[in-house]
Design a protein around this ligand. Structure first.
Ligand SMILES: Nc1nc2c(ncn2[C@@H]2O[C@H](COP(=O)(O)OP(=O)(O)OP(=O)(O)O)[C@@H](O)[C@H]2O)c(=O)[nH]1
Ligand SMILES: [Mg+2]
Length: 256
């Protein structure tokens, strides 16, 4: 993972890098158990069924691209490491350089959903790199840091950027991260809820440190994308907003 050391913060170190996927490369459709339905995923076809990847047992029926965006330091990389490895690594804050990605396969109602998760650099100087990847993203997780008011105030600017570069029907979720830092909190939960409501976004508070709502955020995205890609006429319709609202845990308790 390409990261650059900055001396300003405490925080996570990260595992080794993986190869960078092409932003706009071809996405071949392979035979698999899931089939595209009338509601195809937002940004062109997902990848269907892949026998394996390098013998690593990376079987899946359908694959989607998810992007993590938000200001530098809000915890995007830590959220991804928590989701992928179940860990929060203490150490110096190493700011992401450019963009990186990691894969995780989830079982969603018997369907193997592979999420290719792109971890972007929040620093302004890498913005042009990030822009190139927006249009292939099926879903975006937009993060702010509840202990950093500026990161919350910048959400509107991020939304403008998303509107400009992402597909119009991209699945989007707002996350207020670092809720474990109760004493340093400066953005109230209600403020996050209000902003999310204003823009019609599903919203949750998370903690990469404690694990609160981390799996849930990615699972919710996977469920929504899977539903959009399959006919699923026999299944009840998945409702992202309701799922997140009902399943999300409050910041006062800890769930991983
Ligand atoms: N207390 C607490 N600290 C966190 C949490 N998530 C991340 N941090 C800390 O916040 C700092 C930044 O985390 P990163 O995940 O590297 O931030 P980022 O959004 O990837 O930053 P860029 O790569 O520069 O865009 C590090 O010091 C982390 O340890 C969290 O949930 N709780
Ligand atoms: Mg990062």
């Amino acid at each position: 993972m390409s990261r650059k050391k900055t001396p300003k913060c405490k925080g996570g170190s990260v595992p080794a890098a993986s190869a960078l996927p092409a932003a706009n490369g071809p996405r071949p459709v392979r035979p698999g158990t899931a089939h595209p339905g009338p509601e195809a995923p937002p940004n062109g076809p997902p990848q269907f069924g892949r026998p394996s990847l390098g013998g690593g047992g990376d079987f899946y029926d359908v694959a989607f691209k998810v992007m993590l965006v938000g200001d530098s330091g809000v915890g995007k990389t830590c959220l991804l490491v928590r989701f992928k490895d179940g860990a929060f690594l203490a150490g110096t804050f190493i700011s992401t350089v450019g963009i990186d990605f990691r894969n995780k396969v989830l079982d969603v109602d018997g369907v193997k959903v592979k999420l290719q998760i792109w971890d972007t650099a929040g620093q302004e100087r890498f913005r042009s790199v990030t822009h190139a990847y927006y249009r292939d993203a099926h879903a975006l997780l937009l993060l702010y840091d509840v202990t950093n008011k500026a990161s919350f105030d910048n959400i509107q600017a991020w939304l403008t950027e998303i509107q400009e570069y992402a597909q119009h029907n991209v699945v989007l979720m707002l996350l207020g991260n670092k809720v474990d830092s109760a004493h340093e909190r400066v953005v109230k939960r209600e403020d996050g809820e209000k902003l999310a409501k204003e823009y019609g976004l599903p919203f949750m508070e998370t903690s990469a440190k404690s694990g609160l709502n981390v799996d849930l955020a990615f699972t919710a995205i996977a469920k929504e994308l899977k539903q959009r890609s399959t006919k699923a006429s026999s299944e009840p319709r998945f409702r992202l907003h309701e799922y997140v609202k009902n399943e999300g845990q409050g910041s006062s308790c800890c769930r991983s």
